[in-house]
Design a protein around this ligand. Structure first.
Ligand code: ADP
Ligand code: ASP
Ligand code: MG
Length: 814
């Protein structure tokens, strides 16, 4: 014999009821007991109708008609002919529901007792419908009302079963039963005094377990809408997988801490009788299953078996100096709660005994507050303790596993993962059995928390990076292409899953929580909303994804002003925009401090030399204890291009025009020619080397004339270049006479930095620098004569994008 329980979704549609029929027909075991839930959603609809009725809202009638329709429609589709008697029977049963609702409409009150009567209709009707369908499909089925078997106390809504009497009834009934399939409604019961009671929301599982344990069947099968008990709720964690095997204790702990797939009291009766539970999927009967059985037989690989959460938690804190050293406070506190039948889910007490903090269902919070303040009225009046503090909108998250006690560092990893993701932990508890480590966090952080923990404990290998890009121009497009192209490689080789979740240009912005389709990303902008930096930031926060990275590919000061808010929310920042790092020192310092304090990253390798590892090399030198004595560098691809093409055969004006036309300069070439761009770069290097410098501390010997520098407009500037051609030709002639090349050089030495045009003699490493190349020479204590040189293309969309990409991956590897 075996007991099979089918949940709400499993009996909620024609398709799934057909699956139920085939499951029962293919069942090799002689006799089966089938426990059914109400059809999916009906319990909630019944409660909703009741609430509308007592609120004098006539809409309750529509809800009633909807309930009726759902049931009759199922019968009509499943039993297309000769169904009149069955439909009539349903209508008769529902007429009683209608009268009850009419009564509520007049009464204005829904007591727990009436509520039980109301919700019981769900299971009573579903069991009737399923029995009739099975009979119509030639199964030898009989219906039995479990209210005649399961006897409880009168604690309506969550009644406790009177074990002996219930077991007697079950044994007696099944003793003489010969039908192959017996159908019973789950969840419903009766009290000794004959009132209808229920076993608590989700309680059909428990009905099935009681029957299974009493009849000592071979197995209890819980058929539901997922393929077993998962490593985390599969509705919230996409990567969750079914757990093959669990001990009874683990399953109990998982269900107590929120794995709704099994109603918590279900395990106890079958554990006592040592009957295995199988959790199976009615939608995919041949998919994986979870087997819950005796611990000694379970083979364990990962000590953490599952991650769970419970929402709607209120955290109550009792504190005050009057509690220290005085016995009996906790006894009085918990007795008070017990008297009100308030279930305590979570407790911690500071070792100073100064505070006791506990978590309960938020629905009980008001009652708890009133009764506790009453109990401690005297102490509160004497100011020995404070009135109880109540905080809501919280959740409990928990790691569960029998074997966690044998491993070190699990809680360390748990809390560092939460910390890295900016999840504020309000309270912590670890059971003495160490089967459970739990924490109270804000409800709004739950999804992020359990996904991050799942990644940490179950997807050891892959780390998901959630990237938000602002500025999808030339460089941005290349970055997106590179991420798309490397996606699979990174996932397989580095175990990093990079997704772009948000993108914005100056006009529009788009988001996709599951990752923007990078093959066809421009089309996602078709219906995009208008771009706005503040709204972009708020969306990033709302999405609240783990390992979030904000990437700035603009040259916009306004964008750089958002780095601090991002870092404050532990969101890493990657920038090719130099404004923040070359602005006031205090800004630069503050951003670095924020990154440290909020355990996150602020990276900007592309600020100097595009994709060349200049900043990284300098950081490594400094970190390894080397002392940089000087830095000499050619850091402007634009100026390099200009001076490589300027000669006595060309003129300066045309050369600059060409450089601009070919995209080697900023849109306004004055930014390059004035040397300001190079000054910003050497400033950043000086700061990376520890110097607290400002841009004004950098000596800028300009090669431009006064007229060039004072030009009002770009046209004006170009005109002045034409007029001053002789000045430029003189510079060229002097260099030529000295057999030198003109290079725009940045230098940092003895705490001072300068930028300017220099005549570079033959043989110098800068002499043959071509095209848009950059070169940086580090002279250090370890490299005193032959400098450490970084050289290569220092501008261009592709190399800049790859520099940004490298920063993103660096964060992924952290
Ligand atoms: P039924 O109506 O069949 O009793 P429930 O809705 O009570 O089904 O339970 C199944 C649901 O439990 C799943 O759809 C899933 O959303 C939720 N759930 C929560 N945690 C877990 C978990 N760890 N494993 C599987 N399901 C879980
Ligand atoms: N129908 C009840 C509920 O929705 C009991 C159950 O489904 O187990 O809670
Ligand atoms: Mg359930």
């Amino acid at each position: 014999m075996k007991v099979l329980k089918f949940g709400g979704t499993s009996v909620g549609s024609v398709k799934y009821i057909n699956n139920v029929i085939s499951i029962l027909k293919s069942n090799a075991i002689d006799k089966s007991v089938v426990v059914v839930s109400a059809i999916g959603g009906i319990t909630d609809k019944l409660l909703h109708a009741g609430k509308l009725a007592i609120d004098k809202d006539e809409n309750y009638k529509d809800v009633f008609l909807n309930i009726k329709d759902i049931h009759t429609q199922l019968v009509k589709e499943l039993i297309p002919v000769e169904n009149e008697a069955i439909i009539l029977a349903i209508e008769n049963k529902l007429e009683k529901l209608n009268s009850l609702l009419e009564g509520l409409y007049l009464l204005n009150e829904l007591t727990p007792k009436i509520s039980d009567k109301l919700v019981s209709f769900g299971e009573l009707i579903s069991s009737y419908v399923i029995t009739e369908v099975l009979k119509a499909r030639d199964l030898d089925a009989v219906e039995k009302n479990s209210q005649e078997l399961i006897i409880t106390n009168s604690n309506h809504g969550n009644a406790e079963v009177i074990q002996e009497e219930t077991k007697e009834n079950i044994k007696k009934y099944f003793k003489s039963l010969n039908n192959k399939v017996t159908i019973l409604p789950g969840f419903v019961a009766k009290s000794n005094s004959g009132e209808e009671t229920t076993l608590g929301r989700g309680g059909s599982d428990y009905t099935a377990a009681l029957i299974a344990a009493t009849l000592k069947v071979e197995v209890l099968e819980i058929w539901t809408d997922v393929s077993g008990m998962y490593t985390a709720n599969p509705k919230l964690v996409k990567q969750a997988t079914p757990i093959d095997q669990l001990s009874f204790q683990e399953a109990m702990e998982l269900s107590h801490f929120g794995a709704k797939v099994l109603y918590p009291p279900t395990v106890q009766p079958v554990l006592d009788a040592n009957i295995p539970i199988l959790i199976k999927n009615t939608m995919q009967p041949n998919d994986k299953v979870t087997k819950i059985f005796d611990v000694s037989e379970v083979s364990i690989k990962n000590p953490v078996r599952g991650i769970t959460h419970i929402n709607d938690i209120a955290l109550l804190t009792l504190q005050g100096s009057g509690m220290v050293g005085i016995p009996g406070f906790s006894k009085r506190l918990f007795e008070t709660l017990a008297q009100e039948r308030i279930n305590v889910i979570f407790i911690t007490q500071a070792s100073s005994e100064h505070t006791i903090c506990f978590g309960i269902d938020y629905k009980d919070a008001d009652t708890a507050q009133t009764v506790i303040d009453k109990t401690f009225e005297y102490e509160i009046a004497l100011k020995k303790i404070e009135p109880i503090l109540v905080e809501t909108e919280l959740s409990i998250i928990a790691l569960i596993g029998d074997n966690m006690k044998n491993y070190q560092g699990i809680s360390g990893r748990m809390f560092s993962t939460l910390g890295k993701n900016n999840i504020n932990v309000r309270a912590i508890a670890q059971g003495a059995s160490e089967r459970n480590i739990s924490a109270v966090i804000n409800e709004s952080d739950v999804k992020k928390a359990i996904n991050a923990l799942h990644e940490r404990f179950f997807e050891v290998q892959t780390k998901q990076l959630n990237v938000f890009v602002v500025g999808v121009g030339n460089v941005g497009e290349r970055l997106v292409d590179q991420i798309e192209q490397q996606h699979n490689f990174l996932k397989q080789k580095l175990k990093i899953d990079v997704r772009i979740v948000g993108m914005a240009n100056s006009r529009k912005m788009v988001f996709n929580e599951t990752g923007i389709d990078l093959e066809d990303w421009p089309s996602s902008f078709d219906f995009a909303e208008q771009s706005n930096l503040e709204r972009f930031f708020n969306r990033v926060l709302e999405l609240n994804l783990r390992n979030s990275i904000f990437v700035d590919i603009t040259a916009d000061e306004k964008v750089s002003e958002w780095y601090a808010p991002y870092l404050r929310h532990s969101i890493s920042v990657v920038a090719c925009n130099k404004i923040a790092c070359s602005g006031p020192y205090s800004t630069y310092k503050n951003l670095h401090d924020l990154a440290i304090n909020f355990n996150t990253s602020f990276l900007y390798e592309t600020n100097v030399g595009a994709g060349l590892p200049v900043i990284n090399t300098l950081n490594n030198l400094v970190a390894s204890g080397d002392k940089v004595t000087s830095i000499e560098a050619v850091l402007s691809g634009s100026l390099n291009f200009v001076f490589n093409h300027f000669s006595d055969h060309t003129n300066f004006h045309d050369t600059v025009k060409r450089a601009q036309f070919e995209g080697y300069t900023e849109p306004d070439p004055r930014i390059d020619l004035s040397g300001i761009d190079v000054a910003r770069k050497i400033l950043i290097l000086a700061r990376e080397n520890g110097g607290e410098m400002e841009i004004d501390d950098i000596e800028n010997k300009s090669f431009l004339t006064k007229a060039n520098l004072e030009s009002y407009s770009l046209d004006d500037f170009y005109d002045s270049l034409k007029e001053d051609e002789t000045h430029f030709q003189e510079m060229y002639a002097s260099a030529k006479a000295n057999n030198a090349q003109l290079k725009y050089v940045a230098e940092f030495k003895n705490g001072k930095a300068m930028v300017g045009l220099r005549e570079i003699p033959e043989g110098h490493p800068f002499y043959n620098l071509e095209g848009k190349d950059n070169i940086v020479m580090f002279y250090t204590e370890r490299y005193p004569e032959q400098p450490l040189i970084v050289k290569g293309a220092g501008a261009g969309a592709d190399v800049t994008a790859s520099g940004l990409f490298a920063d993103i991956i660096k964060i992924g590897n952290k």
